[in-house]
Design a protein around this ligand. Structure first.
Ligand SMILES: *Cc1c(COP(=O)(O)O)cnc(C)c1O
Length: 461
């Protein structure tokens, strides 16, 4: 299996190379050259299998011969061993035709653990084989950073630098990033928003001298290996509810478009997905794009769902690439216009997007009301991000079973949950001392030169 860039102007890579490099050298994102297909029989055979087995069968064709069967199975088994639920991604019923897919049983209580724990294992195996060391730099709106630090802490093959927007992540998120004691972990509080952090990350990657000098590697949601790991739970959930014999719809609380894009890949592989519903908060560029055909940036408004406070959804470029019939030059042109503030999606591409995706949005008030009403009706405590999904899903219920992705544990956002329903969700017992641990963090201005010096200094130690 080979990987190509969405901008059509970067080297073609293997799975391992695409995983280790993250962003393509032409500024694009890597996507598989073709999408492996699973037949109805292949899909039916997944029903009732352990999560690890489903993960192996779904991912193997994308990995090709970069990892042997036993290496891949070993990485998968280790990655999910620390999860606090035997099903890994259990389903809970919310209503007659509405289900919640709980993706928060990993070590940092958010769905990002599914991809990050696996990527940590795969990086370790690939780098050990190559005898190499890398510098991982990630930008986070909160959950990616804690998941990356948790996955890479203590590995000799990697230093990990995580840039997060100072003051714009929850206290639990911040402490998960600033309290690990391992010397290879560097938490950086940046001046600005998540988009500032993401732009800084892109600038670092586009500086080839620096990129090669420190052996930069990216584990942000633009990393193809992360998208791939997230494809798996669409299969586990859908087969639990009767796929391939009936179609299933999914609603996904969306920020950077990685999680929902994984659902799109599952559909392209042959999983009978009916609708994929994009759920946004007030920062609704994707909802506007699907509705109006204009992808125009706006300022970022802080909300009670900080992991979705994003105005430029990086992974949307992958969906555009397909919607434009894989025309890399056309995508490069749109991304150029993006720098001027936005672009119009062509009629044909918009139709292609609307064939898969619906969208909706939820204000903070609506999100809080949803937390309250679903607690009253079902006893389920939703995190605010999951509540955005549930609110939008309720507006899109149809004949197919609806699955809403619960992207984080409510205790990761206790203030918003308490404000909505009057009860403070407790952290799991093994995280109970989080607020007593010492924090270690470096505050940085939005300055590329200073950031590069800091990285060089730290890895020389
Ligand atoms: C990252 C995150 C999201 C957004 O996921 P994307 O893949 O960026 O669309 C939603 N909810 C939570 C809790 C997250 O951590």
């Amino acid at each position: 299996m080979k990987y190509i860039s969405t901008r059509g102007n970067a080297p073609v890579l293997s799975f391992e190379e695409a995983m280790l490099s993250g962003l393509a050298r032409d500024g694009g994102l890597y996507v598989p050259q073709n999408i492996p297909q699973m037949s109805a029989n292949d899909i039916a055979a997944l029903a009732g299998q352990p999560y690890e087995e489903i993960a192996f069968r779904v991912m193997k064709p994308f990995v090709g011969d970069c990892f042997s069967d036993s290496e891949l199975m070993d990485a998968i088994t280790t990655a999910y061993a620390s999860f606090g639920h035997a099903a890994r991604a259990p389903l809970v019923q919310l209503g007659p035709n509405h289900h919640l897919l709980e993706l928060f049983h990993g070590p940092t209580l958010a769905f990002k653990d599914f991809a990050m724990q696996l990527i940590g294992q795969l990086f370790q195996k690939a780098l050990a084989r190559r005898g190499e060391q890398v510098t991982i730099v990630g930008a986070t709106s909160g959950d990616t950073g804690s998941a990356a630090i948790e996955a890479f802490r203590g590995l000799d093959a990697a230093n990990v630098f995580i840039l997060f927007p100072n003051g714009r992540v929850s206290e639990v998120q911040r402490r998960q990033m600033t309290t690990p004691v391992e010397a290879n972990v560097h938490a950086i509080a940046m001046e600005g928003t998540f988009d500032t952090c993401q732009a800084m990350l892109k600038d670092m990657f586009n500086d080839f001298e620096f990129r090669d000098g420190v052996k930069l590697a990216g584990v942000n949601s633009i990393n193809w290996a992360r998208v791939l790991a997230q494809v798996v739970y669409y299969f586990s959930a859908a087969t639990s509810l009767g796929a391939p014999h009936r179609k299933i719809s999914f609603t996904v609380p969306t920020g950077n478009f990685g999680d929902i894009f994984a659902g799109y890949i599952a559909k392209r592989m042959g999983l009978p997905i009916d609708r994929l519903v994009i759920a946004t908060n007030r920062n609704d560029i994707l909802h506007r794009a699907i509705n109006t055909g204009r992808y125009d940036t706006d300022q970022v408004f802080p909300t009670i769902t900080p992991s979705m406070d994003i105005e430029v959804s990086s992974n949307f470029e992958r969906a555009l690439f397909d919607a434009y019939d894989r025309d890399g030059a056309a995508v490069a042109q749109l991304m150029g216009e993006m720098k001027q503030g936005g672009f119009g999606i062509s009629q044909g591409a918009l139709q292609a997007l609307r064939a898969h995706f619906d969208s909706g949005r939820s204000s903070d008030e609506q999100t809080s009301a949803t937390i309250q009403s679903f607690f009253a009706a079902t006893g389920e405590v939703l995190c605010p991000h999951s509540a955005v999904g549930v609110k939008v899903a309720e507006e899109h219920l149809g004949s197919s079973p609806m699955v809403t992705l619960a992207t984080a544990h409510p205790a990761k956002f206790p203030d918003a949950v308490e404000a909505a329903m009057g009860l403070r969700p407790a952290l799991p017992r093994w995280l109970a001392d989080l607020f007593d641990r010492d924090e270690r963090v470096t505050e940085m201005p939005n300055d590329l030169q200073l950031m590069k010096s800091l990285v060089r200094e730290r890895i020389a130690l």
